[in-house]
Design a protein around this ligand. Structure first.
Ligand SMILES: Cc1cc2nc3c(=O)[nH]c(=O)nc-3n(C[C@H](O)[C@H](O)[C@H](O)COP(=O)(O)OP(=O)(O)OC[C@H]3O[C@@H](n4cnc5c(N)ncnc54)[C@H](O)[C@@H]3O)c2cc1C
Ligand SMILES: NC(=O)c1ccc[n+]([C@@H]2O[C@H](COP(=O)([O-])OP(=O)(O)OC[C@H]3O[C@@H](n4cnc5c(N)ncnc54)[C@H](O)[C@@H]3O)[C@@H](O)[C@H]2O)c1
Length: 468
């Protein structure tokens, strides 16, 4: 048997979690290897996730504004997508990001192995190119893959995944989108705005079920107004290919009525599952949760304490800044850094890049109610705010949730223009445990979208002061 090459730290997977763990370990002076089996380096976020989707969505936001030029007193005779250019722009932008990441990975500080890894014992991995590597400590950051749930007919019907939709260079005539999660919603609106006829079918009673029904309903109304044939509270009965090469989906709608929808293409956006199947984790003594995610503790350690995990393969949320934070924490903990803090669930930040977008931070009303934690809440609508009115962006609201005695901010939810940017008015205050009174000491420029936040802050302050 060959002698393994030895390292202090090996990252299996060079995405957001693995790469950032490797970077920190190298900063700490350790001998580090990154093993990644992908054809192209960069990870999901850069290649087929956040960056391509947001590049395309920005273009369709601009397109939508141009198509509604009349609202702004503009005469734009025709505004249409040019799919070849849109596709080329996306490829150029993503190409640059990927090149930058690949350069960062190919520095002398790491050895990079372009192969798939699997464990043969708790300290040794075998690579698909036949090499053996050994390390004192590991991080598993192998990400996630598209799920194919056991829906009748799905496995036998050709379908697109988000990878295909993000790489389109033509306008599909019609698409049935299965699912109502973030991927389904962001890309349904993209498809609809480039000119496809879109049917979206979701099992639960609201889309984006991780958010409040109140927030989801704002987006559902916008989708229906834009012409998306959206069905929620459904149960899919059958999926099949039609004789003309299209697809047909039969489902029970929320009233129990049987409906069939046909389209040229099917887009499976029914979720993602952790990518751990080929790692032979049993050989390393690394256990999985029921969900298939790798079991971790607050320091990202798996059930085999010198093996850490970060990102989509362990969750609990598939969000990039968390994958980065988990990777960094794992590497620091692995090499004994003191005064570390676990990733703080009370600061959970989420942005859905639909239009209107939804953004939230911290605890939700539903969570606080379920825990029996007392709280105050106040909200204010965008249709009564100067800046959003002049932007013709009147859907949605801002909501602040605070502790009832001192007014410490516990959470916030924003649905409406620039929600993904505005929510960052709360990130530092929440991290610093600020109160509504602290935020009201700050200046708020007029006329901005951000100044809308002062209204719910003032309402809560008044309630605590007894002035309400
Ligand atoms: C369409 C879409 C849009 C998204 N948009 C956003 C967004 O706007 N904001 C946000 O926060 N999140 C977004 N996400 C989620 C985000 O992309 C992921 O949470 C994040 O990229 C996961 O990072 P990771 O490091 O866990 O995995 P990845 O980046 O997937 O990295 C895993 C790496 O491991 C490698 N690998 C796998 N198995 C092996 C093996 N056995 N051996 C060696 N290498 C292996 C893979 O090749 C890959 O490079 C989006 C996801 C999708 C699908
Ligand atoms: N803006 C962002 O931060 C962003 C963008 C895209 C993706 N992501 C992340 O990527 C991850 C994957 O997103 P996703 O949208 O693919 O997954 P998801 O799990 O969020 O959504 C999957 C959807 O499919 C539905 N579904 C699942 N099984 C079903 C069945 N058998 N029948 C009918 N409906 C079914 C679910 O109810 C859910 O609405 C998410 O965790 C998300 O955090 C984040």
């Amino acid at each position: 048997m060959k002698r393994p090459i030895s390292y202090d730290f090996i990252a299996i997977g060079g995405g957001s979690a693995g790469f950032n763990a490797a970077r920190v370990a190298a900063d700490l002076g350790k001998k580090v290897a990154i093993v990644d089996g992908a054809e192209e380096l960069g990870g999901l976020c850069i290649l087929r996730g956040c960056m391509p989707s947001k590049t395309l969505l920005y273009s369709t936001d601009v397109l939508h504004l141009a198509q509604h030029g009349k609202l702004f007193g503009l005469n734009i005779p025709s505004a249409k997508v040019d799919m070849k250019r849109l596709h080329a722009r996306k490829k150029a932008i993503i190409g640059e990001f990927a090149e930058y990441r690949a350069k960062a990975m190919m520095q002398k500080r790491y050895d990079v192995y372009r192969a798939h890894a699997k464990f043969i014992d708790p300290h040794t991995i075998a690579l698909s190119d036949g090499k053996l590597l050994r390390a004192e400590r590991f991080i598993i950051g192998t990400g996630s893959k598209v799920s194919v749930p056991p829906l009748p007919g799905l496995a036998d019907t050709p379908f697109w995944t988000s990878d295909d939709v993000l790489d389109l260079d033509f306008v599909p005539q019609s698409v049935i989108v299965l699912g109502g999660g973030i991927v389904a919603c962001e890309l349904s609106q993209f498809l609809s705005r480039i000119g496809s006829r879109v049917v979206q079918i979701q099992r639960s009673s609201h889309i984006l079920k991780e958010h409040s029904p109140e927030a989801s309903i704002v987006v559902e109304d916008a989708f229906r107004d834009e012409g998306i044939d959206l069905h929620t509270g459904t149960s899919i009965q059958s999926i099949r290919t039609t004789s003309d090469g299209g697809v047909s989906v039969t489902f029970l709608n929320s009233d129990g009525k049987k409906l069939t929808r046909r389209a040229k293409h099917l887009f499976n956006a029914l979720g993602r599952s952790p990518n751990t199947g080929s790692l032979d984790l049993a050989n390393a003594g690394v256990e999985l949760q029921k969900s298939g995610r790798i079991k971790i503790n607050q320091w990202q350690q798996t059930t085999q304490r010198h093996i850490y995990a970060g990102g989509d393969c362990c969750g609990p949320h598939d969000i990039v800044h968390l994958a980065v934070a988990q990777g960094e924490l794992a590497a620091r903990h692995a090499f004994g850094e003191k005064k570390l803090k676990p990733v703080d669930e009370n600061l959970l930040l989420s942005v859905v890049f639909t239009e209107p977008p939804i953004a939230s931070i911290g605890r939700s009303e539903a969570q606080l109610k379920a825990e029996g934690t007392p709280f105050l809440t106040a909200s204010y609508p965008f249709d009564d705010h100067g800046k959003s009115i002049l932007m013709e962006a009147k859907r949605g609201y801002v909501k602040v949730i605070a502790e009832p005695k001192r007014g410490r901010i516990l959470g916030a939810e924003i649905v409406g223009p620039q929600a993904g940017e505005l929510i960052h008015c709360f990130t530092a205050p929440l991290a610093m445990k600020a109160t509504v009174f602290d935020l009201l000491k700050a200046p708020w420029y007029h006329p901005t979208l951000a100044e809308i936040l002062t209204y719910p802050l003032e309402d809560i302050a008044d309630e605590i002061n007894g002035d309400a």
